[in-house]
Design a protein around this ligand. Structure first.
Ligand code: C2E
Ligand code: CA
Ligand code: CA
Length: 836
């Protein structure tokens, strides 16, 4: 029995006509039924034919049924193969046999037949019998074999193309009831990862491996075929192999129908298209990625036809930056939209792209929908789209960046308060002006304007008012000038005017006059009428002067004007000798140094000679000049005094020293026996607000006045005794510095209202050798002690000197022997070491 037949037998319905029980009635009904059957039906018992239907006569090639009845089956049918005898024996033994395929019969006339046999016991006229139904399947079997052969041929043919075929036979009676027979070619099984015998020839089994997501499509195709909606189909679906691996199959099939249109056979080929599908998928994914990227990129992206400038595609970035809606752009041309501010620019870019294939980082000016200029840095490349030459362009809108640069430039070159050019811009302009005028024979002039008493206005009315005043004056000054003149704010209350095309000094002086006259009217600020005045220095270019020289000359002239009491202008007289020049340089540098924090305080310990304890420190200023390195006060204090910078410098020293002292106090490095000594210059004491400022500092840091010592020189004491008294009234101690170098004689001593004398180091230096000095110092110390004054010997460099002054009765000392002036940090370190 073949596998096909066996399975068919297992699946098919009940055996053919059978009847149980006797009775003429039932027999005649039975006869009626079987007479018409196309299949041979024999009822027999032990090989003897009891009944045969007409079909039996036809099959066995006898004239009529009568020739059969009463005969033995074997007379008509010879069993060819012994192996099948068992089956016939079964039949004879009244065991039911269903659709057994027996292909070894030979008919009495020699014809070999293949018969499908079903047999079951019946009772025949009351006696047991066997009913056998024989179907001649010779033709069908031959057809089947032929089909199989052709299937295999086909399979072989398609196997080269990674294909495999399948063939399904359907029951026309019941096409929906599942196939009668399924053939899945070994090649197809291998294609999806099976060995041929691992996967049954079973449609349902095959379908169970279809990837779930594709099953609806798969079923839909089957449904449409069976429902007669179509006969041919093509379908891509995924099939999961035994290894779990999913393969893409492309199936192509055709459904054949019988004359009545009922499906009988469905045959087709599946190809493995995994590789192709994966490639397609990969392309789709990368295209998706590209599309997404293109769409979402914040950059300005566009695909433009090089033939006619049509905007084929633009991204959201393009729309956002240029303010368009998609609909307004699509199908439009670059020219039609007026996209480029300069239409020739597009032509140039297009030509460049055609010629060289690409361009990089070209700054183009585009126009937004509203007509606003947009600066875009553009790169592009030529591409072919549907054989049309296109430009794919990517750009960054750098308008914001440019605006930012503009703003930064403004910040770098303009003063935010007055919106005037600043010092840097002024210097640049002046340099250019000098170059411009060098050839013309005309001259360049610089006016240096410095407001008088501006600091006072600032301090009394507040910075807000000060700013308003500066802005108001900037406006007034600019109204006195021609458009070509440059007015700059140099910083603080300084303005500079650069004039060009001057014939001589008189032209410049006229402008200076106008500027000063513009100050005649008071400036109204916060209900206060301010009467500003200014000092103006005027300098004209000389052939060899560069911008910085000219500015310095004007500055120097301005100081002369100030020295004359302000509210005037002064022409630079050109008589600056080397020393003056140096001084001028120094002043400028110092002013800058003060602004830039180039100053530092060092502290020299004040020593109690009896035990060497540090009971105080003198603050000594140092200047870290960017080019000259460390500069000592002897070099710049006199200059600072002369040019007036000493005020600011002195204030800074005062703030810095008290702040340092306060930190040391907080850190517990100094106690109430410690005194902080600060040097004051004559000019500082002329400023009446000095007392206030010192008071303020003491309050701010909560410092004890009696521990603050101010060092002044004797001429100060003589010039401004009231200020000195006011300071003493604060509780602050005064020390008379450099005692012995001035006019003060011992006779004066009792009239001097100070607490300490500092004997100048020139006396100490020669003390050991010079009896005169020794005598003098001895007298000073003795007298001082009588008067209750403390005495310090300055500049002690040797232990001999130290012993000597102690012998005389001097209790305090200061000098390199004990310590050089130390940085704040070194001083702390010293204190910590001593404490430890
Ligand atoms: P001064 O007030 O007489 O300060 C003492 C000077 O003597 C300091 O010089 C100090 O370094 C130096 N000195 C200390 N011990 C010795 C020693 O044993 N041998 C020698 N050869 N020199 C010693 P420095 O720091 O160069 O200061 C010079 C002057 O500058 C000071 O003289 C003072 O008049 C002035 N000065 C320093 N700082 C300030 C300040 O903050 N404001 C004012 N207005 N003047 C200051
Ligand atoms: Ca001093
Ligand atoms: Ca001194």
């Amino acid at each position: 029995m073949s596998a096909v037949a066996r399975r068919a037998a297992a699946h098919r319905g009940p055996a053919p006509a059978r009847f149980e029980g006797a009775g003429a009635e039932s027999e005649s009904r039975y006869r009626q039924l079987v007479e018409l059957s196309p299949d041979m039906i024999l009822v027999h018992w032990q090989g003897e034919i009891l009944y045969a239907n007409p079909a039996a006569a036809r099959l066995l090639a006898v004239p009529s049924v009568d020739d059969l009845v009463g005969r033995r089956i074997v007379e008509y049918l010879e069993l060819l193969e012994g192996s099948l005898a068992d089956q016939l024996a079964d039949i004879y033994r009244r065991r039911p046999v269903q659709r057994a395929l027996i292909d070894g019969f030979r008919r009495w006339d020699g014809e070999e037949l293949e018969l499908e046999v079903s047999s079951s016991p019946v009772s025949w006229n009351g006696t047991p019998a066997q009913q056998t139904l024989l179907r001649n399947v010779t033709r069908r079997r031959r057809d089947e074999q032929e089909l199989r052969r052709r299937q295999e041929q086909l399979d072989l043919a398609v196997s080269g193309s990674r294909g495999g075929m399948w063939d399904i036979e359907l029951d026309p009676e019941n096409p929906m009831g599942g196939p009668l027979r399924t053939y899945i070619s070994p090649q197809l099984k291998r294609l999806v990862g099976y060995e041929p015998d691992e996967l049954p020839d079973d449609f349902a089994a095959w379908r169970s491996h279809v990837v779930l997501a594709d099953l609806p499509r798969f079923n839909a195709v089957v449904g449409e075929l069976l429902a007669g909606l179509r006969d041919e189909h093509e379908l891509d679906y995924r099939h999961r192999g035994p290894d779990g691996r999913v393969r893409w199959l492309h199936t192509r099939g055709r459904l054949y129908r019988d004359e009545q249109g009922r499906p009988v056979r469905w045959i087709g080929i599946d190809w493995d298209i995994t590789a192709r599908q994966e490639a397609v998928e990969a392309v789709r994914r990368s295209e998706d990625k590209f599309t997404t990227l293109f769409r979402l990129s914040p950059a300005v992206l566009a695909v433009i036809s090089l033939t006619d400038g049509e905007l084929l595609e633009v991204n959201d970035g393009f729309l956002a930056h240029l303010g368009y809606h998609r609909g307004e752009v699509e199908g439009q041309t670059v020219g039609g939209l007026g996209l480029f501010e300069n239409t020739e620019e597009w032509g140039r870019l297009a030509a460049e792209t055609r010629r060289r294939g690409s361009f990089q980082d070209v700054e183009v000016r585009l126009r937004s929908r509203a007509g606003a200029p947009r600066v875009v840095r553009l790169s592009g490349e030529r591409i072919l789209l549907d054989r049309c030459e296109c430009l794919i362009a990517a750009g960054h809108d750098i308008s914001g960046q440019i605006a930012m640069e503009e703003r930064l430039r403004h910040l770098a070159y303009f003063d935010p308060l007055t919106r005037l050019p600043n010092r840097a811009m002024c210097e640049r302009h002046l340099t250019e002006a000098l170059e411009r005028n060098a050839l013309s024979g005309r001259r360049v002039g610089v006016l240096f304007i410095d407001l008088d008493r501006f600091k006072m206005i600032n301090d009394s009315l507040g910075h807000g008012a000060g700013d308003q005043l500066l802005a108001a004056l900037a406006h007034r000054f600019s109204e006195c000038l021609r458009p070509d003149d440059l007015l700059a704010r140099f910083g603080g209350d300084e303005f500079v005017v650069v004039l060009e095309g001057l014939r001589d000094e008189r032209d410049a002086a006229a402008v200076a006059d106008r500027l000063l006259a513009s100050l005649a009217e008071p400036v109204e600020i916060e209900d206060t009428a301010i009467h500003p005045s200014a000092s103006v220095g005027v300098a004209l270019c000389t052939p060899e002067a560069v911008a910085s020289d000219l500015l310095r000359y004007a500055d120097a002239a301005m100081y002369r004007a100030k020295g004359r009491g302000g509210a005037v202008f002064q022409l630079f007289d050109g008589r600056l000798d080397g020393e003056h020049m140096q001084r001028l340089h120094l002043e400028n540098d110092l002013r800058r140094g003060l602004e830039r924090g180039e100053l530092e305080l060092h502290y020299q310990p004040l020593v109690w000679l009896a035990d060497g304890r540090t009971l105080g420190a003198e603050a000594l200023v140092r200047w870290h000049h960017p080019e000259r390195g460390l500069v000592l006060p002897g070099e710049f204090i006199p200059a600072a005094e002369e040019c007036g910078l000493i005020g600011a410098l002195g204030d800074w020293v005062l703030r810095e020293a008290t702040a340092q002292w306060s930190r040391w106090r907080v850190a517990g490095l100094v106690d109430e026996s410690f005194r902080m000594s600060i040097n004051l210059s004559a000019r500082q004491l002329h400023d009446r607000r000095l007392v206030e400022r010192i008071e303020e500092m003491l309050e701010r840091y909560d410092l004890p006045a009696e521990q603050l010592q101010l060092e002044i020189t004797e001429n100060v004491l003589l010039q401004v005794p009231e200020t000195c008294q006011a300071l003493r009234d604060l509780g602050v101690r005064l020390a008379l510095d450099d005692f012995g170098t001035g006019y003060a004689s011992l006779a004066y001593l009792k009239e001097l209202t100070v607490d300490m004398l500092k004997i100048d180091r020139s006396f100490i230096r020669d003390l050991v050798y010079d009896p005169t000095d020794l005598c003098l110092v001895r007298a000073i110390v003795a007298l001082s002690r009588d008067l209750g004054l403390e005495v310090v010997a300055e500049g002690i460099e040797t232990s001999q000197q130290a012993e000597c002054v102690q012998e005389i009765g001097c209790l305090w000392g200061q000098g390199f022997l004990f310590d050089r002036p130390l940085t704040g940090r070194d001083f702390e370190q010293r204190r910590l070491l001593k404490a430890a």
